[in-house]
Write a protein that binds this ligand. Structure first.
Ligand SMILES: Nc1ncnc2c1ncn2[C@@H]1O[C@H](COP(=O)(O)OP(=O)(O)OP(=O)(O)O)[C@@H](O)[C@H]1O
Ligand SMILES: [Mg+2]
Length: 376
């Protein structure tokens, strides 16, 4: 009896131990399975998880493990799908973004072949008129670039000089620009002072005569001889033009005198105009976009909004024949202001709409507090 009792007790004890062991093992397995499930959700690796779970639960009959394994597999598959879908989404997004950035920042190579000269390659961001200007200059003609304010005329002259390897000189003309700025002068000690024009004329180089239609007619007619005959009477001497002497002049008008927008312009003499090959330089909106975005690398969304607005205002003003100017300079300077921390509203007021009269604002749909009409 005592023996039996002892045996029963022993058996009972073994059962207790076995039960405890079984419970411990089940707990450990549950933990492993849960960990595997977490890994699955985290990593989205269905195959690895399923394998791991199967390995851990292989010997455990019917019970929860099968359900658990199925749940883990379902979770793993779902997370795998989510990861793959987001990967695809991300790839499509990344590709679109990369293409956009490339289009905005890639520098097209302009290659220009003119006559027998070796081709010239140019990779700076440039106005679409640059190849035409290079052809004109390669043909040894002087160029007059005509276009509204801020379209990039002066920059074109600078870029043409660099593309052709010519030294660049510049002079901005105004109604009071004296002859001495072009032809030089003797000071009170009898020393002759040369000018950029003189250096370009004598030694070769590209001379930018900015704002030609603001220059004094008397000064311009003095220039005519230098531009066509190739000889020029400077204050100290008669000089023959260097074969690489070129003039690029810029103007906001075709030399027809003042208009409603460019009120201070002179009418250009036919003899002066005749010395230039005339190229139109309209707004190049692609260049405007490239430059605007380049100046606001961390404010691209706001910069795009300003750009869109400026271009919309420009086309509306043109359509309604309003004498107001929304130049690419407004977009570019706005981008700089945004990058420096100004708000969109400040930039619109300070740089885009400043100086536009109430009547013109109203015609443009830009009354204060009006949020209709133009895109933001
Ligand atoms: N190709 C370019 N690369 C970099 N910046 C440019 C380029 N073209 C124009 N810009 C910038 O755009 C602005 C206007 O250009 P630019 O002064 O050449 O215009 P413009 O036609 O001569 O204007 P205006 O008629 O008022 O004299 C400037 O800030 C200039 O630096
Ligand atoms: Mg200029």
């Amino acid at each position: 009896m005592r023996e039996k009792t002892r045996a029963t007790v022993r058996e009972l004890a073994r059962e207790v131990v076995a039960a405890e062991l079984a419970e411990g093992a089940a707990g450990a397995m549950r933990q492993v399975a849960e960990e595997a499930a977490r890994d699955a959700v985290r990593g989205g690796n269905e195959r690895l998880v399923a394998q791991q779970v199967r390995r851990q639960l292989a010997d455990d009959g019917e019970f929860r493990p099968r359900l658990l394994a199925e749940a883990v597999e379902t979770a793993a598959r779902a997370s795998q799908r989510a990861v793959e879908a987001s990967k695809l989404d991300f790839m499509a997004f990344a590709r679109a973004r990369a293409e956009q950035v490339f289009a905005e920042t890639a520098r097209p190579v302009v290659e220009i072949h003119a006559g027998q000269r070796p081709p010239v390659s140019f990779t700076e961001v440039s106005h679409r008129v640059l190849p035409d200007l290079l052809v004109v200059l390669a043909a040894r003609c002087h160029a007059l670039l005509v276009g509204p304010a801020g379209t990039g005329k002066s920059t074109l002259a600078q870029q043409a000089a660099s593309a052709l390897g010519l030294e660049f000189h510049a002079l901005s003309l105004g109604p009071t620009t004296p002859m001495s700025k072009i032809f030089g002068y003797y000071d009170a000690h009898g020393t002759y002072h040369a000018t950029p024009f003189r250096r370009a004329f004598e030694h070769g180089g590209l001379m930018l005569l900015d704002e030609l239609d603001s220059g004094h007619p008397g000064l311009l007619s003095e220039l005519n001889q230098a531009l066509s005959l190739g000889v020029c009477a400077f204050a100290d001497d008669m000089v023959t033009a260097h074969p690489d002497f070129r003039v690029v002049a810029t103007a906001n008008t075709y030399g027809t005198g003042p208009d409603r927008q460019y009120t201070g312009r002179q009418a250009l003499d036919a003899a002066t105009l005749d010395r230039f090959t005339l190229l139109d330089v309209p707004v190049d909106e692609r260049l405007e976009e490239q430059l605007t975005l380049a100046h606001a690398p961390t404010e691209a969304v706001a910069a795009r909004a300003v750009l869109k607005k400026v271009q919309w205002l420009r086309s509306t003003a043109e359509r309604k024949r309003l004498p107001v100017m929304f130049s690419p300079r407004a977009s570019i300077e706005s981008a700089k202001l945004l990058e420096a921390g100004a708000s969109l509203e400040q930039v619109m007021e300070w740089r885009v709409l400043r100086g536009v009269s109430a009547a013109h604002r109203s015609a443009l749909g830009e009354d204060e507090g009006n949020n209709d009409g133009p895109p933001a």
